[in-house]
Write a protein that binds this ligand. Sequence first.
Ligand SMILES: [Zn+2]
Length: 139
Amino acid sequence: MKQVVELLRTHAIQPSAQRVAVANYVLVTKEHPTAEQVFHAVTATFPTLSRATVYNTLHLFVKKGLLKQFALTEGVLVFDPHVEPHHHFVDDETGAIVDIPWDRIRVEGADDLPGIDVRDFQVVVRGKRQRRRTTNKAT
Ligand SMILES: [Zn+2]
């Protein structure tokens, strides 16, 4: 809680009770929630929070560099508290979005395209997890 307040202050964000409530969920989660998911998670413990406040707070956090916002599935905008460069895996079966460490995938040339001031890039891997084969112990 105290760390979150400090984090907001160092990003020039006034740590109001509402913002701290949103930050306590969205800056700590390992998920990649949508704004609606953030709204439901935060109002479970802070029921007086309005949808508009949650949405405005999320956009403020993005503007101040505390969160990243992107669409990996068509029409679904998600928030990511992990703002360091990393890639993503989108599970076709569950829709889950999972982080892939930056060094795990090598990309060459994406930040050196003629005529483009590259701000950001990432690899999005889509597919399904392989079923772990059970070893047949029957003898
Ligand atoms: Zn991520």
